[in-house]
Write a protein that binds this ligand. Structure first.
Ligand SMILES: Cc1cc2nc3c(=O)[nH]c(=O)nc-3n(C[C@H](O)[C@H](O)[C@H](O)COP(=O)(O)OP(=O)(O)OC[C@H]3O[C@@H](n4cnc5c(N)ncnc54)[C@H](O)[C@@H]3O)c2cc1C
Length: 382
């Protein structure tokens, strides 16, 4: 029986909106953002104005009020397929990865306090788990939050935090107790709180427009009212959101690889050597046929994961499998497509060189390939 299409007319219309927003508000600034290492804050307000930020935030707080991950997927696909700056990924990251902390783990009072600014793109958000001493192993988190009356006193440091320079509200994993998991809590630390400093905007191989940064906390007094969930619920909160985070990366990785493939197909049809298009050499034809097939098989799995997520049925193991498979495929596809470009593939003026720089991190952030395989393997009872 034929499977129902994943997207309907509403999603197609949204796709056109996202494209329009990219053309008007992203493309003209992309190169400058890459050079300055951070996007302008107006990127977020423009996204809010065009309806591509905060569509899942309830309407009463100024959002779109539509909780349907297909809109997130459309947005991720359009950003990944279009050959524009990595900076706009900060908007998709907010929608897919950070907003759920603010919509799903908050009290009504916190929603009223934070969501209107977030939905308007005026308050930029980040999630900070990783520390200089620990990334894969969340039980190693050392940033401490010690209760003192109505406040926590926070000390420690985070690193590799996306939106790190621009962020106004940082959902931060802190240690409130000794137990490796039950001793973790989530606390929203706000721009301007004394002792909260931004460190370096890190110098990366790729994703140059993303302000991936160090953050430090020295005796920062954070009101207990900024706790997300109960004290000790941090690990559960993080685990709850990780499948969507990994699916979001998988959707982006698949679309990015499809974009690279499409651009390479054009290139190998045009470029000639020995009197014929390079695409007509058997090796090129086979490489492109292999990639085409791998992408088609992968697309089917990823779309299936999106369907399961819509039904609330996507497991941690399925999301982990999608994340490692698609990102490893993306890296492999980009590497092979670069080879087919010959020397031009090594030139920054060709998009494929940027694809090469930008893709490498995808097998690392959001949980490494090795950790994803651990999750899948443990699910097999091993
Ligand atoms: C561009 C970028 C953006 C990021 N954005 C954010 C963000 O917004 N917020 C945030 O909190 N973090 C963010 N991160 C951090 C990212 O999630 C971590 O880098 C990642 O989880 C890996 O942690 P680590 O770097 O400490 O590596 P480590 O944990 O030190 O791992 C080193 C190596 O050991 C392997 N390894 C570790 N444990 C095991 C094991 N049990 N079995 C087998 N192999 C293992 C890993 O797979 C890896 O190959 C970002 C990172 C980057 C590079």
């Amino acid at each position: 029986m034929a499977q129902q299409a994943l997207y309907d007319a509403e999603h197609d219309a949204f796709r056109a909106t996202v494209r329009g927003w990219i053309d008007k508000h992203v493309r003209p600034h992309a190169e400058r953002w890459d050079e300055q290492g951070v996007v302008d804050r107006e990127l977020f307000t423009s996204a809010a104005a065009d309806g591509v930020l905060g569509f899942a935030i309830p309407e009463e707080f100024g959002g779109g009020g539509v909780e349907d991950f297909r809109f997130n997927a459309v947005m991720g696909e359009e950003l990944a397929r279009s050959a524009v700056s990595s900076g706009a990924a900060g908007v998709a990251l907010s929608n897919d990865i950070v907003f759920p902390y603010f919509t799903d783990l908050t009290t009504q009072e916190q929603r009223q306090r934070w969501l209107p600014g977030i939905a308007a793109g005026e308050q930029i958000v980040a999630v900070a788990m990783t520390e200089p001493g620990t990334g894969s192993d969340l039980s190693g988190i050392r940033t401490s939050a010690v209760r003192d009356g109505d406040h926590y006193v926070v000390n420690g440091a985070k690193t590799f935090i996306s939106n790190g320079q621009n962020a106004d509200l940082v959902a931060t994993a802190v240690r409130t107790g000794d137990h490796p998991h039950r001793g973790l809590s989530l606390l929203v630390i706000e721009r301007g709180m004394p002792g909260f400093e931004r460190g370096r905007n890190l110098d990366k191989i790729g994703l140059h427009a993303q302000d991936t940064s160090e953050l430090s906390f020295t005796d920062v007094r954070v009101p207990v009212a900024n706790l997300l969930g109960a004290e000790g619920d941090g690990f559960t909160g993080l685990m709850r959101n990780l499948p969507q985070e990994r699916l979001s990366i998988a959707v982006g990785a698949t679309a990015a690889a499809e974009g690279t493939f499409a651009r390479t197909l054009d290139y190998v049809k045009e470029r000639t050597a020995f009197g014929q298009p390079v695409g007509t050499f058997q090796n090129t034809r086979f490489v492109m046929a292999e990639i085409h097939t791998e992408l088609a098989v992968t697309r089917s799995y990823v779309d299936d994961c999106v369907r399961k997520h819509l039904d609330g049925a996507l497991t941690a193991e399925e999301a982990a499998a999608a994340k490692w498979w698609t990102t490893e495929l993306q890296v492999r596809v980009v590497n092979r497509c670069l080879q087919l470009h010959g020397g031009y593939g090594y030139m920054r003026e060709f998009r494929i060189a940027k694809d090469y720089e930008d893709c490498r991190v995808s097998t690392i952030y959001g949980g490494t390939t090795e950790i994803m395989k651990e999750i899948v393997g443990r699910g097999l009872g091993l």
